[in-house]
Design a binder for this molecule. Sequence first.
Ligand code: AMP
Ligand code: MG
Length: 396
Amino acid sequence: MQSSLIPVESALEKMLDMVTKMPLIQSVELTQAAGYILAEDIISSINVPPADNSSMDGYALRYQDRLAPLPVSQRIAAGHPPKPLKPGTCARIFTGGEIPEGADLVVMQEAVTMTAFDDVVVPDSIQQGQNIRPAGQDIRQGDVIVEAGTRLDYRHLGLIASVGVAQVSVYRRVRVALLSTGDELVMPGTPLAAGQIYNSNRYLLQGFIESLQAEVVSFVQVADSYEETLNALKTASEQADLIISTGGVSVGEEDHVKPAVEALGELDLWRLAMKPGKPLAFGRIHSCLFIGLPGNPVSTFVGGQVFVEPLLKKLAGEKVTSRPLLQGKVHFSAKTQIRQEYLRVQAIWQEGAWQLHAYANQNSGVLSSTVYTNALAIMPPGYAVSAGDILDFWFY
Ligand code: AMP
Ligand code: MG
């Protein structure tokens, strides 16, 4: 019954709703924290910079003293606290040096002239406050500088270091178990016998998952056998937060994933209004979530983008927002029936807009389509486009 196809958005929502608990928290050195999700707000206990300081090599003085030649009464280098500035004098100061009490501007060294007595004469054009970086101009004491739920990258590490924090609380990485099903599969590196094909999904998924900062803790390839599938799932569920299987989720005689997961936990088998990737299984075995993607490599690829990525983000404790979509002008004609289609396209910026060129063969067995393109264009159900029309897309 065609009307029973489930829209992609409701399937995703249901999956995300099944993620109910936050991941465990661990403490890591700041140097090791890139890629982790922050489990606490980072609040600054200091002002950055802590004191007013000079942005130039030059001379610090009082604005009111500017008209007379000024003797140099002290020398202030970065890292060495100054004394209050004697009235009627100036201080030799270097970039990062603290502004002495009383001074209210810095003149850069190139702008001054020296008298025969080595007193400093400043130009007319100076203004109060010039060349001073005020205390707290970057961060104020008490500011939340990075929020919990943020995935840390090198920029955050720099900012967190700037407030003196060396250790942060993060969520433990999501542990993923991979399971490939299919009598026909062999691993690369071994010769192919008649009827066999190489297991590509495992490599595709492992790389994808690692690029999302999750950890692949186990991988098993099983034949189309109920017992093997059951045993592999049982072991995987004890090691991982999420099991991702490929293949065997249709309802043919060789498809054992559904009964095996049902025997160990609970499962929904969905027929999605989605192309590629109509059959999709989702459930749990105890506290381990399970997602079963169809075996066609492009279905695995698209299922990874559409479902696995947001699921991993939620499991990781990251704030999940819907993926930002771009708009591009299509250079092809296409028509959808009742399923939402994800077309592999090459997006090129030309004439002030994204131009979308579809890969010629959109068959879900053609994995080349993912390498020779850079984006997925989304065709809603019951939709038609021809050259010049606009489609939403995202980059891989
Ligand atoms: P299935 O979902 O098990 O019916 O598989 C659908 C198609 O994907 C079949 O042609 C399988 O041979 C192929 N396939 C399944 N798993 C893999 C895999 N790990 N790597 C490459 N192709 C696969
Ligand atoms: Mg199969």
